[in-house]
Design a protein around this ligand. Sequence first.
Ligand code: SDX
Length: 428
Amino acid sequence: MSETAKLSLQGKEVELPLIIGSENEVGIDISNLRNDTGAVTVDVGYKNTGSTTSAITYLDGEAGILRHRGYSIEDLAENATFLEVAYLLINGELPNSKEYEEWDYQIRHHTLVNEDMENIFKAWPTGSHPMGQLTAMISSLSSFYPESLNPNPSEEEQFRTIRRLIAKMPTIVAMLHKKNAGHPIIYPKNKLDYVSNFLNMTFKQVTEDYEIDPIFVEAMNKLLILHADHEQNCSASTVRIVGSAHSNLYACIAAGIAALWGPLHGGANQKVIEMLEAIKQDGGDAKKYIAKAKDKNDPFRLMGFGHRVYKNYDPRALIIKKSCDDILNKLGVKDPVLDIAKQLEETALADEYFIERKLFPNVDFYSGIIYRAMGFPVEMFTVLFALGRLPGWIAQWKEMRDQGQPIGRPRQIYTGYTKRDWTARALR
Ligand code: SDX
């Protein structure tokens, strides 16, 4: 294959180097395009633009393939613990037994947060959305750990911040859940593993014993793994560009949480359940809502469907859909919206509009049904997505910093007024 692409522009011929990835993806390196031609490229929404090379996650949207550091999402979801996947994403390899024991020990022994964090909560009006609360809480960690403001942290300083984020985010998420419910918080326990500790802090009542259900642990572990990373999605790109300014990692993760909140991104999992509930209230007619989704004059969009990269079934959605039936049966939960979701999927996948546009269920379509069966309020669903995505964001940030990438600063094509003279207000 030729190692360059030729561009003919306004009488000029330039050769652009190719970047060939380990899965034979082809990128055209335009690092010197403006110097060589005076032109820039424009790609609104970055649908055809790679922002970086990366060795963390590989997606094949056409084939519905997702791998982290070479391991398939199916293998990881079936065999790994979430902490193992976090270690893999951040460090590049699965931990051996000794490494895992040390990683697990480090996380278990850094789960407490400064007691003053509870005071921050008092500032929020009742009914505040937990994604806004989480953004603020994670950003506030830089106040409790001011050494994190060092723009060029050493390996050891990076590890301390990474360990604090992975260890403390479950504690913060559970705290938000309890405080928003008006309940006393439950403290972490070092003797519990990562997922059991999170479930205990979330669902134990201070007045009662709480028996950790292995079905919940298995389901939560799998859901966290399925959300762990997804290459250069909107929130990961946000983390990278904030990190490229050498902002502290807490600020970068807070920015990623803010981006994930959007209903077109991670916020979709909350919107899916609200959509399914509305369809149920309206009689559960899937065909009526598929027609609305296709109608350009109707603002209704089938939330949890479609994807920028996947033009096949999102492999995560397949795993979650399978787990849905299994977990709800094990929990003895019958959720009528699951049947509505399946009817919507069946109708959509047989409909020319969805087939032509290659719209399939994505990770958000079924996940909320499991979260709800486990007892999470719908406002917490995107917070759970953020909890899963945390190691992916950290891995993306670390790769960007380790590669010494420059500050992200895209160009533009100006289409406004050309130069014009000032006119006094009286003459306008
Ligand atoms: C996530 O990037 C990632 O990797 C994200 C993520 C991750 O793990 O980080 O996978 C997580 O964000 C999943 C996506 C969650 N969002 C939703 O479920 C919201 C509903 N879906 C969409 O709004 C949409 O599909 C996006 C935002 C996901 C993708 O949008 P694109 O790539 O910009 O595509 P588009 O909006 O231009 O749609 C292309 C066509 C359009 O029709 P035409 O203009 O060509 O006629 O498909 C239509 C759209 O109208 N379309 C839909 C649709 N999604 C796209 N029509 C009805 N219902 C939908 N859900």
